[in-house]
Design a protein around this ligand. Structure first.
Ligand SMILES: *Cc1c(COP(=O)(O)O)cnc(C)c1O
Length: 383
């Protein structure tokens, strides 16, 4: 069996280990320390626009704190893109609130502005004005931010940008993660850069970021003893993880470049296969980090080869691939949540496949992926 080719595996640069060693040498082995401060300012400088950053234990924790700070409580409703990873929606449930799911549009695969407005109007007419809107930039592709922000402003509902997959992407030249009232990033092991596990909350509101740091360290009041007037959390990032993050921030631009090159390679290589369709940046306003390269497999045309045929063919060659995110409104755990949709995300889920996309893939890895897919398409053709 040939070596496993992963969907998206960690890719360390040259200096991560030196930062971690420095943490050991100075005994900063704690959920605070100079690397945490340094990592926060590295991210803030990269994003620009005067944002403030709290480094946390995960992207999920960041989203949870965002909702707490926005005052989301039991019984409230929060609008969330349906087509996403469950971590976008779970923090709504942590607060005892109800997610209201909104479908995607077919250009960006992200939240449909039209359906968003329909959902807001309908919830308001029921006396249930949503407390927040969670918009996601799937696979690094920017959502329609102008339209979504205009609707959010019209109804004065804060936007929380889930940019977990989109560090390095931009919309109209502005980095994703700087549009929302608050935004979250993830540094999980499979993301474009990783701290082995971690996340960040981003906002131009420094008071909120200070509040997030306070809540993330058990909400300790200023007193010599341990005193608490709020419920706290243990959500801070460790100085060790932040050290890895500092090294990863140095290589982020090259990681974006390589992931975009992976996408370009797949797109050019499969240009003649009409049944394979690629998501494209709608115009030059949209710049995707191409966290994952994805294809839609149209089995009604050509020779009836399905997404699952291709996934199995890759699996046989020890190559990992994965269907697109299964929409939240189809998940058993959210079966009772309201949903506003037109079938777009269901169609994408049925046909879509994420291909190996790591920044550490070699040319021969990419060739192996292509060979396996081409063999699958050809075998079926002969039947
Ligand atoms: C990875 C991811 C998250 C959660 O981040 P963690 O750091 O794993 O908690 C949230 N939303 C989306 C869309 C993600 O892909």
């Amino acid at each position: 069996m040939q070596d496993k080719i992963w969907l998206s595996s960690p890719h360390m640069g040259e200096n991560e280990f030196a930062y971690v060693k420095e943490a050991f040498d100075t005994n900063w082995i704690a959920p605070l320390g100079p690397h945490v401060d340094g990592f926060e300012s590295d991210i803030a400088n990269y994003l620009g626009g005067g944002v403030h950053v709290a480094a946390l234990s995960s992207g999920t924790a960041a989203l949870h704190l965002a909702l707490i700070i926005l005052g989301v409580q039991a019984g409230d409703e929060v609008i969330c893109q349906s087509m996403t990873f469950s971590a976008s929606a779970n923090p709504i449930a942590y607060q005892g609130a109800t997610p209201v799911f909104v479908d995607s549009e077919s250009r960006t695969w992200n939240m449909s502005p039209d359906l968003l407005e329909e959902a807001i109007k309908d919830r308001i007419s029921k006396g249930r004005k949503p407390k927040a809107i969670i918009v996601v930039h799937l696979y690094g592709m920017p959502a329609e931010m102008d339209k979504i922000m205009a609707i959010a402003d019209k109804y004065t509902i804060p936007v929380v940008e889930d940019a977990a997959e989109a560090l390095g992407s931009s919309y109209k030249g502005q980095p994703l993660g700087t549009f929302g009232a608050m935004s979250i990033l993830s540094f999980n092991g499979n993301k474009i850069i990783t701290t082995s596990g971690g996340g960040a909350l981003v906002s131009s509101n420094d008071t909120w970021i200070k509040e997030a740091r306070f809540l993330a360290t058990q909400a300790r009041d200023a007193a010599p003893h341990y005193q608490h007037s709020k419920i706290g959390y243990n959500y801070r990032m460790s100085n060790i993880c932040a050290g890895i993050g500092r090294g990863q921030m140095e290589v982020l631009p090259s990681r974006v470049e390589k992931r975009r090159a992976n996408y370009k390679f797949y797109k050019q290589t499969f240009a003649d296969y009409k049944q394979l369709q690629f998501d494209v940046e709608p115009n030059s306003d949209f710049y995707s980090n191409r966290w994952l390269s994805t294809i839609l497999v149209n089995n009604e045309t050509e020779n009836g080869i399905s997404r699952e045929d291709i996934r199995h063919a890759l699996e046989k060659q020890n190559i990992e691939s994965r269907p697109l995110w299964k929409p939240m409104h189809l998940q058993p755990v959210f079966a009772n949540a309201p949903f506003y949709g037109d079938g777009t995300s269901e169609r994408l889920f049925e046909k879509g496949l994420c291909l190996p996309s790591g920044s550490n893939l070699t040319n021969s890895d990419l060739e192996r992926v292509v060979e396996a897919i081409e063999a699958c398409l050809k075998v079926k053709q002969e039947v």
